[in-house]
Design a protein around this ligand. Structure first.
Ligand code: ZN
Length: 944
């Protein structure tokens, strides 16, 4: 039966009351002319009531509700006719996010994958699988032994039906399998097959000496390799000039607490003053914005406790995202501590006992869902609920779902709750304001320069027909709200904002704004005089002025003649261990110089630049205000966006995303253009003075050849590339075979040193390019140093997971100091290891040697050749008889950690080549740009 659609068109969202029957949406109420396929469309409704009305239509909704600035956003699965019906009914239906075309594409992709998998499996059954072992390592970590394995499989790259099975022996002389058999995980990153692996190290006791890897398709073995397992971080060091050796007695342990940037800077200044022959301070030229902010106030929700209570006053409150917003005029009642009689009686998680009807329930956060607390209070007759936060800091938005909830609820801070709870019961009121009623105010001056002395009052004149007026008396701004004939306040948020911004004196003191770009059409609630505050709580010893970032430069010859090493910490403020690594290392170098020959050699052979904290403002904020602050403190959010005081922990630029190479602007993954994202790239590359300082230092000191960007946590040692584009997962060039081989060799020195402190091994799988072993980090500083300035630029994540006996446990950004101290000690060992690597590099005059394998001679079939090298080196070669130069083809990796890509020779060829090591030494002192023919050569004869 066709029902005329027009009869059913009623404006649902705004005007239907809960008592009216809600029309149902189905094939009968929404007839369609032809066959229609559903699409997925977003629908945004104002509140829970409207959502209930939408649900009552019987519409097919996806199982999630998102809070947005515009209201509650859901996704519906509806045909175009049904979309029209919903639109006509008053619902805000958006453009389809997924249509039949998308579904068809998905089906095609699925079918392609199935076909590819089948082809790969058949090929493997036919000709076998190509297996390449990338890692086969065992290591010891604080007295326990573990293994990690990585194997690349050609068949496995296309099919998850290909299983890679590892069988271990139980030590030398035992059969394969005696140490157990297990499957590897298939590692796919950003949609791309990487390799198969043990994703975390596996306990292995006894330590296996050999493993067999088999590739299986439907139980058939299609590939097999056997390899020895080698010890990772075996404590062995390379030999040669300046090579690592026993350190002898070394004084250590120069840090005893987490420090802010003021303390860290004072420390390097006092060290430089004490050791003027060995060290100096470099003032970096770009001052930070400073640990400072405008003072702010936001007129939104609040609770008021009436006089004569000892707690009388206003307290900031944040409404829940469910239930009703508290009314603008407020809900009055007796503020009464809820008692539920069991467990923690004030958590309100059980039915309340003896609660006075009409009261405002005060309950503690914790133990159960917010909705449970609010519904218990509602059942006991409460008019409103005040939840007291159970952690310090701002109150948070309470989220949840409680369709039966009809009373408003707000959260106040733990601090405010403590004051209020001490004097209950008291009479009071819960006020609230939806977005359009809110007014924000910022001081024009910084908080510490007068902003914190300002106050703003939104006064109810208490009389009829009054105009909106603004008066300024010293630091006090008084807005008298307009009233109508009945004496009710009628000034809207937009009117109050306009009046403040138009008032000559007030506008010199403050800037007013509506909530995050809202039109501000709601009537504002009167509010008592409120002090503006920058909410900065560091002691006065922390300057509010722009901060001069300082480096300490250590070395006997600081004239640019020695190899330079840049060691820098704390781009990310919350990584509290990292400046301790810097301070400990600087002090070790200076205090051991006279007594320890090993240290003396480093200080004489190198030019060492140490920045304990790149991000001083963020560090001050993290230590004194908001521990998890990662970025600097500069607010780039527009006044129409998240720039009010509620957003103050969301500002700042991620300095390790603010650099010029592989960054967000260029389309690389792992950063964001949003001013409140924790990986915000900043408005432009190098927009931030902290990032400019790093670049200034390396560009003004071209002798810097090594750099270490130190972060926490996870226990990583990494290098470029540090970013890729999606979906291709490529973009930045990988280091050459020679450079990457050199990085692995250097990591062995550096990570063995770390291990020497307390036995901590960085995992084999956490050593390699950033984008292989961690994730894409668009615009990071190490990539800038490597690609723009040719610096061997590494990144640490200090703080390796600890083994609990059954699993691995993360240490976090701010571990208890006892653990933080140990991390500082072991990564200071690692920094000294970097200096050893740099010293070896600076003294390296040993020429690399290389031979071609198999060697010159006659072969009766095409032959694959590779090069045997005496040390990590690049090989440039020609096959056309010409002189090899740096423009000639370069030998490359087959894949990450997979060895050399062989050169196939299928006809008689003269191969000419030279090898060059990381220090630039060339085999046989050959000069690629010269004229002498002292390169290497071999004739490979291929006969038919
Ligand atoms: Zn970090």
């Amino acid at each position: 039966m066709a029902v005329p659609v027009a009869l059913l068109v009623v404006p649902l969202a705004m005007h239907v009351t809960a008592n009216e029957p809600v029309p149902e949406l189905n094939a009968e109420t929404v007839p369609s002319d032809g066959f229609e396929l559903p699409e997925i469309v977003p629908i945004t409704v104002d509140d829970r009531t409207a959502l209930d009305q939408l649900v009552a239509t019987g519409v097919d909704l996806a199982e999630k509700v998102d809070e947005t600035d515009d209201g509650l956003r859901v996704e519906a699965i509806v045909t175009p006719s049904e979309q029209q019906w919903l639109t006509d009914a008053g619902f805000a239906v958006g453009e389809p996010v997924l249509t039949e075309e998308d579904f068809a594409e998905l089906q095609a992709e699925r079918e392609d994958t199935v076909a590819e998998s089948e082809v790969a499996e058949e090929a493997a059954l036919d000709v076998g699988d190509d297996l390449r072992v990338q890692r086969a390592a065992w290591f010891e970590n604080i007295g326990e032994t573990f293994i990690q394995v990585e194997v690349w499989s050609e068949a496995g790259s296309s099919s998850a039906n290909v299983l890679l099975e590892v069988s271990l022996d139980a030590g030398p002389g035992t059969p394969i399998g005696a140490g157990g058999t297990f499957n590897l995980s298939r590692f796919v990153d950003a949609g791309h097959y990487m390799y198969h692996r043990t994703s975390t190290p596996m306990p292995a006791d006894p330590v296996p000496s050999r493993m067999r890897v088999r590739s299986l398709v439907d139980g058939h073995v299609v590939g097999q390799v056997e390899r020895p397992l080698t010890e990772f971080l075996d404590g062995q060091y390379p030999s040669g000039r300046g090579a690592p050796r026993e350190w002898g007695y070394l004084a250590t342990g120069f840090v005893d607490h987490y420090v802010d940037a003021t303390e860290a800077t004072a420390k390097i200044e006092s060290l430089a003053a004490e050791f003027p022959d060995l060290a100096e301070i470099i003032e970096l030229p770009h001052q930070t914005n400073g640990y400072r902010r405008p003072a702010q106030a936001l007129f939104a929700e609040k609770i008021v406790v009436d006089a004569p209570s000892a707690a009388a006053g206003e307290y900031e409150a944040v409404a829940a995202n469910f239930g009703r917003h508290p009314a603008v005029q407020g809900i009055a009642g007796e503020l009464t501590l809820a008692v539920d009689g069991t467990g923690d009686p004030a958590d309100g998680c059980e039915p309340l006992v003896g609660f006075p009807a009409g009261g405002i329930a005060v309950v503690d956060r914790g133990t159960c869902n917010y909705a449970v607390k609010v519904l218990n209070a509602q059942a006991a007759g409460a008019g409103a609920v005040v939840v007291v936060n159970n952690v310090p800091g701002d109150p948070v938005t309470m989220t949840g779902s409680a369709p039966a909830n009809t009373i408003p609820s707000v959260m106040i801070s733990m601090e405010a709750g403590g004051v209020v709870k001490a004097v209950l019961p008291a009479s009071g009121r819960v006020h609230g304001a939806p977005n359009e009623h809110r007014v924000g105010v910022d001081s024009r001056t910084w908080g510490h320069e007068g902003g914190n002395d300002l106050s703003v009052e939104l006064a109810d004149p208490g009389a009829a027909d009054r105009p909106l007026t603004v008066d300024v008396d010293g630091d006090a701004v008084r807005v008298q709200l307009a009233t109508d004939a009945a004496g009710a306040v009628r000034s809207t948020a937009a009117e109050v904002v306009a009046a403040l911004n138009a008032h000559p004196e007030a506008s010199e003191l403050v800037r007013a704004y509506t909530w995050r770009g809202d039109e501000g059409t709601g009537v504002v609630a009167p509010a008592q005089r409120r002090m503006l505050t920058d909410n900065l709580s560091a002691p006065d010893t922390v300057s509010r002025d722009p901060f001069t970032v300082k480096a300490i430069r250590i070395g006997t010859d600081r004239d640019g003649s020695q190899t330079g090493v840049l060691l820098y910490s704390q781009e990310h403020a919350r990584e509290w261990v990292t400046p301790l690594v810097a301070l400990e290392t600087a002090e070790r170098l200076l205090r051991n110089y006279r007594s320890n020959p090993f240290i003396r050699q480093l200080v004489r052979n190198l030019d060492i630049f140490i920045i304990p904290t790149v991000n001083p403002d963020g560090t001050h904020y993290s230590i004194h205000d908001f521990t998890l602050q990662r970025r600097n403190m500069t607010n780039h959010c527009a006044v129409t966006g998240a720039s009010d005081l509620r957003a103050r922990n969301g500002w700042g630029v991620d300095l390790n995303r603010n650099f010029r190479v592989g960054n967000w602007e260029q389309g690389f993954s792992g950063a964001s253009g949003s001013c409140t994202s924790d990986v915000y790239s900043g408005p432009t590359p190098l927009s931030e003075p902290e990032a400019q300082n790093e670049i200034w230092l390396v560009e003004n000191n071209p002798n810097i050849r090594f750099a270490m960007n130190t972060h926490t946590h996870g226990g990583y040692f990494m290098w470029s590339p540090g970013a890729y584009r999606l979906p291709t997962r490529d973009g930045l060039e990988r280091p050459s075979y020679g450079v990457e081989s050199y990085f692995y060799e250097a990591s062995d020195v550096i990570l063995n040193r770390i291990k020497e402190h307390r036995g901590t091994s960085v995992w084999p799988s956490r050593v390699g390019p950033i984008s292989d072993v961690l994730y894409s980090a668009a615009g990071n500083s190490a990539d800038d140093h490597f690609y723009n300035n040719g610096i061997f630029a590494w990144s640490f994540e200090a703080g390796s997971p600890t083994w609990t006996g059954s699993g691995w446990s993360d240490v976090g950004f701010t571990p208890p100091y006892e653990e933080g101290h140990e991390e500082a000690m072991e990564f200071s060992h690692g920094w000294l290891g970097i200096l050893e690597v740099a010293q070896m590099h600076s003294l390296d005059n040993v020429l690399p040697r290389s031979t071609i394998e198999p060697g010159r001679g006659s072969y009766d079939a095409p032959v694959d050749v590779t090069f045997e090298l005496s040390e990590p080196s690049d090989v440039y070669y020609t096959l056309d008889g010409s002189r090899p130069t740096f423009d000639s083809p370069r030998m490359e990796f087959t894949g990450p950690r997979q060895g050399q890509e062989p050169i196939t020779i299928d006809e008689t060829t003269t191969v000419k080549w030279f090898a060059v090591d990381a220090a630039g030494n060339i085999q046989n002192n050959y000069q690629p740009g010269g004229t002498r023919d002292n390169y290497q050569r071999a004739v490979i004869r291929v006969t038919d």
